[in-house]
Design a protein around this ligand. Structure first.
Ligand SMILES: [Zn+2]
Length: 290
């Protein structure tokens, strides 16, 4: 074998070994690689509709999702004030294992995830949690909409904003079981979510000013997450009602890939923390609970 080829082979083997070692050492790389291998866009399209990709065993769920999709898309386009950049893709799963492999978290317990601009739905949404399908589908489409416009590599908005936007746009998808009245009362009682840079998918990592009380009958992490999502959704709705033009200006700036802090300040003339304090003060008025 010519020496140059030998060198190329050794280099390729060394590179493959380095990638393998990096993936073993860094779980997130391993999860990302697994998700790429299990990309829902590799699944069959449902009934000639390339927007819905499904596992063969999830045919009935794909049909139910397809029936809900047009209204969910219309709702998100109205809330975000603009069409989708490209038709959204939704992956529908029958196997919790396959869903976990594809969702980039390796976790079958999350109801839905938007990854690489594609919404992935857990089998639970056509099973035990069927009542949540429409809301969660619409919620995920809000994430798909924003990521579809954002240039690759552009900074992401803080997760409290993108989750609050998705909850608001889907009329409560992802915040089921916590009403606006419940969340407003929690705010008045000091159980306020902290709007910082934490990952909101890491439910245990969510921070509140005071730790909210737990209903022992319900899952503790789910309760914290839904209260946080509902409070963020109410704040985003409050921003929109406060100044619709500024709100849409902020969305357009984020879609262009601009950074969040200067964009909200330029749109509303105030920083996010300052607007949050105004919102809290409005909610804390006895008549301002709505
Ligand atoms: Zn979300």
């Amino acid at each position: 074998m010519p020496r140059i080829v030998t060198r190329a082979v050794i280099f390729a083997l060394a590179s493959a070994a380095a990638v393998t070692i990096a993936m073993i050492l860094r779980p997130e790389l391993r999860l990302a690689a697994r998700a790429a291998w299990n990309d829902p866009r590799l699944l069959a399209a449902f009934a000639d509709d390339a927007r819905i990709r499904y596992e063969p065993e999830a045919r009935a769920c794909a049909a139910e999702t397809a029936a809900l999709l047009p209204a969910a898309i219309a709702r998100i386009e109205a809330a975000h004030g603009r069409p989708f950049a490209q038709p959204p893709t939704v992956g529908v799963y029958a196997s919790f294992d396959n869903y976990a492999n594809a969702n980039g978290m390796g976790d079958p317990g999350i109801a839905a995830v938007t990854r690489a601009g594609v919404a992935l739905l857990s089998p639970t949404l056509c099973g035990a949690e069927r009542v949540r399908l429409e809301g969660v589908l619409t919620h995920e489409l809000s994430h798909v909409h924003l990521s579809g416009w954002r240039p690759p590599g552009a900074p992401r908005a803080p997760q409290w904003f993108t989750e609050g936007l998705a909850v608001m746009a889907s009329d409560g998808g992802g915040a089921e079981g916590v009403s606006e009245d419940d969340a407003a009362q929690a705010i008045r009682d000091g159980f306020r979510v902290m709007l910082d840079g934490r990952r909101w998918i890491d439910f245990a990592g969510l921070a509140f000013e005071r730790e909210p009380p737990r209903d022992p009958k319900l899952d503790a992490l789910t309760q914290r997450q839904r209260l946080a999502y509902r409070q963020a959704g109410m704040f985003v709705g409050w921003l929109r009602r406060r100044d619709e033009t500024a709100f849409l200006q902020l969305l357009r700036a984020l879609e262009e890939g601009k950074a969040f802090d200067p964009s909200i300040e330029s749109a509303f003339g105030e920083s996010a923390p300052s607007l949050w304090r105004r919102f809290l003060s409005d909610i804390s008025q006895p008549s301002g609970a709505g």
